[in-house]
Design a protein around this ligand. Structure first.
Ligand code: KG4
Ligand code: ZN
Length: 401
């Protein structure tokens, strides 16, 4: 059975990303960041993103093929993100994919960006770069899929359903009931801001640049041993509480939605409460900034944890898959991994931070899984039979899983 070579393209937001995969394995994943262009605006500016994509896309395609040591002729399928995302940015990737497909007579498959994040834990490290694998195994940091010596199709055959997808990014905070590959049902979502957005906005209040999530995470990692964290019930509400071990100062932030019966999230309250907390400080000295960083991270990810705990009481999940930029956060990962251990569930998460944020490897791998799911590999049928017509696909930016 042939493992397909797939060229993936994602220009949904501010990353001009092109990747080549062979089956589930990444041969290259190129994504020059545009962050320096958007930083001063505190977020992504669509028109700037579009111009940068146009400027870079050809070079990134060439580089992705070069790093994969393949020619365009070796590619079996082109996968491209069609939505959701910034319409004018998506257009650049779609046009490039169509141009390549026409010129080189390749089939093309449109991929939902959120399905890409959902399946991002199936992206496998290239085996020729596997020298780190044994190290990962030793430190027990390896994820289920990459620790396995199985072939790609066996890995997919062994997945157990239903699984719970936990998508946490700059724009989405969602829980997905995964009945099978391609059969998804959204069972929870944010009613206002997303978790990543809250990280960025709260970080800004502490004077951090965009994106603030990784800055908060770094400070939290370094400072956590100086504080005590706990979740406490207060009257009708639930709060995250931090005590500084030296100063004995106590800070609190609410964890909303915990008492609601559904699986939805809310992050606007955290933003407001954090703004009040920051403004009530006499002085924002470096210890206070560190304390508040640890607390805001804890309050943010605890909401995800508590909703996942609730989801486990409602469905008979066998696995939990993490996806999205915020799952680079090690506190979130640790909480969900421990929960999986406790409940005997399989834990899957992207093997590297190159696959947590927006990237084309997850798009290419998602198209491989779509082809697998359509049984195209087993029957050795022509992939063309299974590709959707990209012209007629619904690209409503609100489209989401
Ligand atoms: O998935 P992503 O790259 O973009 C979207 O599609 O939204 O997610 C970006 C978000 C940003 O809000 C960023 O602050 C957050 O992910 N992020 C983190 C971490 N790394 C990235 N948040 C918390 N901890 C991190 N380590
Ligand atoms: Zn994304």
């Amino acid at each position: 059975m042939k493992n397909l070579n797939i060229l993936g393209i994602d220009t949904s937001c501010d990353e001009t990303s092109v990747s080549v995969v062979n089956g589930l394995r990444v041969l290259s994943n190129v994504m020059p960041s545009q962050i320096e262009f958007h930083k001063k605006y505190g977020g992504v500016v669509p028109s700037i993103a579009k111009l940068a994509h146009i400027d870079r896309i050809d070079g990134v395609v060439t580089e992705a093929l070069k790093r994969a040591k393949l020619e365009i002729e070796d590619i079996d399928l082109i996968a491209v993100t069609y939505g959701p995302g910034l319409a004018i940015a998506l257009e650049v990737g779609l046009n490039k994919a169509k141009e390549l497909a026409l010129k080189y007579n390749k089939p093309i498959m449109g991929i939902n960006h959120m399905e890409g994040h959902l399946l991002s834990s199936f992206v496998r490290r290239n085996s020729s770069k596997s020298e780190n694998l044994s190290k990962l195994k030793k430190t027990n940091k390896t994820e289920r899929n990459i620790s396995s010596d199985l072939g790609d199709v066996e890995i997919l055959n062994n997945v157990k359903f239903p699984s719970l997808g936990v998508l946490v990014s700059g724009n989405h905070t969602e829980l997905i009931l995964i009945k099978d590959f391609g059969k998804y049902e959204k069972i929870g979502e944010t009613l206002d801001d997303a978790s990543g957005e809250a990280f960025d906005k709260c970080g800004r209040m502490l004077g951090f640049g965009y994106p603030a999530g990784p800055v908060i995470a770094k400070i939290s990692k370094e400072h956590k041993s100086n504080v005590l964290l706990k979740i406490v019930k207060k009257n009708q509400s639930v709060v995250a509480s931090l005590t500084n071990k030296d100063s004995k100062k106590i800070y609190e932030l609410p964890i909303p939605m915990v008492n609601s019966q559904d699986l939805n999230f809310s992050y606007s309250g955290l933003k407001t409460a954090f703004s009040n907390l920051v403004n009530s400080q006499k002085e924002l000295d470096s210890t206070t900034i560190k304390d508040l960083s640890v607390l805001v991270e804890y309050a943010n990810v605890s909401q995800v944890l508590l909703k996942v705990v609730k989801a486990l009481t409602l469905y008979n999940f066998k696995e939990i898959w993490l996806g999205g930029g915020v799952v680079a956060n090690i506190t979130l990962r640790r909480l969900i991994r421990d929960l999986c251990k406790k409940n005997n569930l399989i834990f899957r998460a992207p093997y590297s931070n190159k696959v947590t944020g927006d990237n084309a490897a997850m798009i290419a791998v998602t198209s491989f899984i779509n082809v697998y799911n359509l049984k195209a590999l087993e029957d050795n049928k022509d992939v063309k039979l299974y590709t959707k017509d990209i012209q007629i696909m619904d690209r409503d930016p609100s489209l989401s899983l």
